[in-house]
Design a protein around this ligand. Structure first.
Ligand SMILES: [Mg+2]
Length: 345
């Protein structure tokens, strides 16, 4: 199941084909070229649009063409509308805590105006407009926002959108509500093709994946009264313990050793299970999740911690000092149990 969706704008969330065809025909008319009808335009138009114009108006400067296009687009009489199911899809995704972005070739000013007019600003963490070749920006977007590639999809209506997804190593979802016909899109083999965004909502809802996620975490001690606490943005910058998800086919103890090694570079021993905690949609976590937290206590002979990018800060403290930190709730519960059962050597 995807946790991050990057949307194209024209043809994916809004229908602006009317004014785009009007404006394109106005540009062509300046150079004495016959206008397109809707179907002809759908078959010929492609992104990056410099390639389209290089074919229909070879040798003419892109800036000159844009100078003709913009006023014609602004003055077009056809309306731009939100596509059916688009708002429903965005609301659905937001309610499930998905992170959403826009990456569009549309002129930044026209885009900002439409975004405000349709009241869609709040759906998106960030928007990128006026991007002529989306492939040139996709890696940067993935990196800037720390998007896991296997949890991220690009949703678009044109072959360039599918190629952009492939370029970024993320999944591609083609919608048939826009500029390219199904057979044109099929040539670039999208991972998923849906007639519209409403079908995408139904498809996502059917996928079970929404079962609890089993995780492991450990309070790590040094055998001499100090324990390791780490602070992470994933838990509202509160202090807690290192850990993470169990992979399919991995035992919980192997998962624990691996996660601790990845997040702290510590090799742990003397591993003992302490308790299991239900953690259902904790407001402290970065997104709504249903976790099953398997809590352990373990020892590290070394104090040499190297954090990965999942945590901001660490410290070795006494149990008493730990209770004076801003702890996440699950960690506080674990520490109380460890104290009550005298599990810290
Ligand atoms: Mg589009």
């Amino acid at each position: 199941m995807f946790k991050n969706l990057i949307f194209d704008w024209s043809g994916t969330l809004v229908d602006d084909m009317g004014p785009v065809i009007e404006a394109t025909n106005a540009v062509l008319e300046k150079y004495g070229i016959a206008p397109y009808d809707r179907e002809g335009f759908r078959r010929s138009f492609r992104l990056p649009y410099r390639e389209f114009y290089a074919e229909v108006l070879p040798g003419i400067d892109l800036e000159e063409l844009e100078a003709h296009f913009r006023p014609a687009f602004d003055g077009a009489t056809s309306l731009v509308t939100v596509l059916p199911h688009a708002r429903e899809k965005l609301e659905w995704a937001k309610s499930r805590g998905l992170r959403m972005f826009v990456l569009t070739s549309m002129d930044a000013i026209a885009f900002a105006r439409q975004l405000a007019e349709f009241g869609m600003q709040d759906f998106f963490e960030e928007t990128y407009a006026g991007v002529l070749d989306k492939r040139e920006l996709i890696d940067q977007i993935i990196e800037t926002h720390g998007l896991a590639k296997d949890e991220t999809a690009f949703v678009g209506d044109m072959t360039h959108d599918i190629e952009t997804a492939r370029h970024g190593g993320i999944s591609s979802i083609a919608v048939l509500t826009g500029y390219h016909h199904a057979e044109v899109l099929a040539e670039v083999r999208p991972d998923i093709t849906v007639p519209d965004l409403g079908v995408l909502v139904k498809m996502f809802d059917k996928r079970k994946a929404d079962r609890p996620v089993a995780t492991v975490g450990a309070l790590i001690h040094d055998g001499a009264g100090k324990i390791l606490m780490i602070r992470t943005h994933k838990w509202s910058d509160l202090w807690g313990i290192p850990g993470g998800k169990i992979e399919r086919g991995e035992s919980s103890e192997d998962a624990l050793r691996r996660e601790i090694m990845e997040e702290t570079a510590l090799d742990i021993s003397d591993i003992h299970f302490v308790m299991v905690q239900d953690c259902i949609n904790s407001p402290e976590f970065i997104r709504p999740e249903h976790f099953l937290l398997l809590n352990y206590i373990a020892r590290s002979k070394s104090h040499e911690v190297t954090l990965n990018d999942e945590a901001e800060e660490f410290q070795w403290v006494t149990m008493e000092e730990a209770f004076s930190l801003d702890l996440n709730t699950a960690t506080k519960t674990l520490l109380e149990r460890i104290v009550a059962d005298k599990l810290l050597p």
